[in-house]
Ligand binder design. Structure first.
Ligand SMILES: Nc1nc2c(ncn2[C@@H]2O[C@H](COP(=O)(O)OP(=O)(O)OP(=O)(O)O)[C@@H](O)[C@H]2O)c(=O)[nH]1
Ligand SMILES: [Mg+2]
Length: 454
């Protein structure tokens, strides 16, 4: 969709729930006159066109062409501006039946509704001032959240945690600009910026932005999670540990070497961090083409992982082959596990986590280490605005750069109008974060990532 040619008032419709059989489905509509337009398709005790906002109506959707009943539904009516989009809206709660859903959408098309593009309802909410851009991004983050923590942070953002932080910094920076402009208007001589401006406010704004920027890594980890791979020699106990971490018998475990060939993946949540965990084929020289292919795939997964959990078979102890492999890995990503600690008679080196995949001992330590490697230990999430949007991070960084430039300009006794340019640039970047300043391209990019119907 191209927003520069965008009609914000026409009537749109979309299925807001997944395609497929289900108990219920929701079809959403929005636009000028949509309640009246939908009214002829609805037969019930009440007439939709005269109904109040926030009212529910039981009835049938009929095909306006044939007069046939398509489905029995409940229609929810919202009157502007009290709706998600800020426009008149009708939400149809129907059966989750494919022919029913198709029939309702066809009836709507025949009545003048257009299929909504991804994120178009939220775009309208933004354009109608129902939410700022950080709120709109939060809507998508809520839908994509993979853990309760990710969901909680995104809900905070929807309630304005990032918006409020940015706005208070923006107010500070606007105040600085006002001071400069006053000087520029009234000062008789060219004033020395350092003499007339206190740098304290700029420094406060910088530290506020730095704090917000520093939450990006953790925000991203919580939202998107990390990839962790189990690797090691055959029979080290990777599949046993995979099952233990999953609390489920997912992978085949056996005393035969080379049991796992294709990799297996699962999604865990450890202390709020979504972890995509991979069990892979044990590494050894193999002339069996299937096993060799599995080992090749293991290599590719290790390459793409954020965390590599290397298992040493505690019965055998550390072999020359283990040492050779361990040396190849990036230290920052590597967690070394001494498995079979229940029967190992060897002395366990200090930098290993002793684990028994049989008894579960050491599991807590391993999980803590995974969280720590994800960069998420000691996170205090209460009352904090945490960002996870690359767009917001880039704009915060550019606001920071402009403010730092303004400080250097002041300290270098540059003229006040030069300082003013940097301050204005910082304000523009902050305005872009909340969407006060925006372009069609930004909206295009952002809303194209949304689901249809949201
Ligand atoms: N005593 C003991 N036995 C274990 C432990 N972990 C795994 N085993 C045994 O070691 C054998 C190999 O375990 P797997 O989990 O299949 O090992 P793997 O690393 O996945 O092996 P491949 O898939 O062949 O690479 C099985 O007989 C397991 O029961 C452990 O912590 N303690
Ligand atoms: Mg295995």
């Amino acid at each position: 969709m191209k927003y520069y040619e965008y009609d914000t008032d026409d009537m749109i419709a979309a299925l807001a729930t997944p395609w497929g059989e289900s108990a219920l489905a929701v079809i959403r509509t929005s636009g000028d006159g949509c309640i009246e337009a939908l009214s002829p398709c609805f037969r019930g005790k009440d007439n939709l066109s005269g109904s109040d906002g926030y009212s529910l109506h039981f009835g049938r959707i009929i095909d306006p062409g044939t007069g046939n009943t398509v489905d029995q539904v409940v229609a929810g009516v919202y009157r502007k501006p009290k709706s998600y989009t800020g426009q008149d809206m009708v939400e149809i709660f129907c059966h989750g039946s494919m022919p029913g859903i198709t029939g309702i959408l066809d009836a709507l098309r025949n009545t003048g509704f257009r299929d909504a593009a991804p994120g178009e309802f939220t775009l309208r909410a933004f354009l109608n001032g129902k939410m700022d851009l950080t709120g709109a991004e939060a809507v998508n983050e809520i839908i994509r959240a993979k853990s309760p923590q990710a969901m909680g942070l995104a809900l905070e953002r929807l309630s304005g945690s990032v918006f409020n932080s940015i706005n208070s910094i923006k107010a500070l920076v606007s105040g600085i600009l006002a001071e400069i402009e006053l000087q520029l208007d009234y000062a008789e001589d060219e004033a020395d910026p350092e003499a007339v401006l206190s740098t304290g406010k700029i420094e406060t704004a910088i530290s506020g932005l730095k704090e917000l920027a520093s939450t990006y890594r953790i925000g991203k980890v919580i939202q998107e999670g990390v990839r962790a791979v189990l690797t090691g020699r055959t029979n080290a106990g990777k599949s046993s540990l995979f099952n233990l971490l999953n609390r489920a018998e997912r992978a085949i475990v056996s005393e035969y070497h080379g049991t796992t060939r294709d990799y297996i993946e699962s999604l865990l949540v450890i202390s709020g961090i979504p972890v995509k965990l991979y069990d892979t084929a044990g590494i050894r020289v193999s002339d069996h083409p299937v096993e060799a292919e599995g080992i090749k795939k293991s290599g590719e997964i290790i390459e793409a992982s954020d965390i590599i959990i290397y298992l040493v078979d505690g019965c055998d102890g550390l072999t020359a082959e283990d040492r050779k492999r361990i040396d190849l890995f990036d230290r920052k990503k590597l967690i070394k596990v001494w498995n079979k600690s229940d029967i190992s008679t060897k002395e366990i080196p200090e930098d290993y986590i002793a684990v028994s995949s049989l008894t579960g001992s050491g599991l807590d330590d391993l999980e803590k280490e995974i969280v720590s490697r994800a960069g998420a230990e000691n996170i205090m999430l209460d009352d904090r605005a945490v960002i996870d949007s690359q767009r917001q991070k880039t704009l915060i960084d550019s606001a920071l750069l402009s403010l730092e430039n303004s400080l250097s300009a002041i300290r270098g006794s540059m003229p006040l109008d030069v300082v003013a340019v940097d301050i204005k640039e910082a304000l523009d970047s902050l305005g872009e974060i909340t969407g006060e300043i925006t372009t069609a391209d930004i909206l295009d990019l952002m809303f194209s990532r949304f689901c249809v119907g949201k």
